[in-house]
Design a binder for this molecule. Structure first.
Ligand code: DAT
Length: 179
């Protein structure tokens, strides 16, 4: 029976994670184009399929139904070649990913990006705090093998281009080692 483990796929799976506003979507969509990979935005999938359970009064949004998200995406992840974009990472099966990239952005930059997105008050402050305390980086390090977790700065367009090149090279090396 297929287990979905790395040795069974011929194309790598990538997780792009980090605080909202750090650049996951921009990077993920461009990478998917350059590498002909399948870009999956978990927030969009959850919205489309209504994969929610209950209501978060604090942030006035629904809670993600993590089990149903995993069920929904498992088949496609088993095939490989996926770029998954989400602002949290601990609930995904560890076996899904060959690389976990955590995007990081300086506080002022992040504040401005989130403000432009229309965030304000507690939501804005909590997200900037999340970045200051490197919450997602710690989550990634404690959820995946340290050898597959990489922290990437995402402050400038130059960072974006350099991250694209770095990831492209890593994925190509992974693929050629498979052959
Ligand atoms: P996320 O998907 O992590 O929420 P995004 O890709 O939507 O983030 O990016 C948020 C905004 O920041 C968007 O206007 C693009 C911009 N941005 C992202 N990465 C950047 C970078 N490295 N340099 C400059 N701007 C960036």
């Amino acid at each position: 029976m297929a287990t979905g483990n790395a040795e069974e796929r011929n194309s790598a799976n990538i997780l792009l994670t980090g605080t909202p506003g750090t650049g996951k979507t921009t990077l993920g969509q461009e990478l998917a184009e350059r590498l002909s990979m399948n870009y999956i935005n978990v927030g969009d999938v959850a919205k489309e399929k209504e994969l929610y359970e209950g209501w978060d009064d604090e942030y006035e949004c629904p809670f993600l139904d993590e089990e149903r998200v995993i069920d929904e995406l498992d088949d496609v992840l088993r095939q490989g070649g996926c770029i998954v974009d989400y602002h949290s990472c601990e609930f995904f099966p560890e076996r899904w990913f060959d690389f976990v990239f955590v995007l990081r952005t300086d506080n002022t930059n992040l504040y401005n990006r989130l403000e432009q997105r229309g965030y304000s008050g507690k939501k804005l402050e909590d997200n900037v705090q999340c970045e200051i305390f490197q919450t997602i980086l710690e989550e990634a390090v404690s959820s995946y093998l340290p050898s597959i977790v990489f922290e990437l700065q995402s402050n400038t367009p130059e960072d974006m281009e350099s991250n694209l090149c770095t990831i492209e090279e890593m994925v190509k090396r992974w693929t050629s080692n498979k052959r």
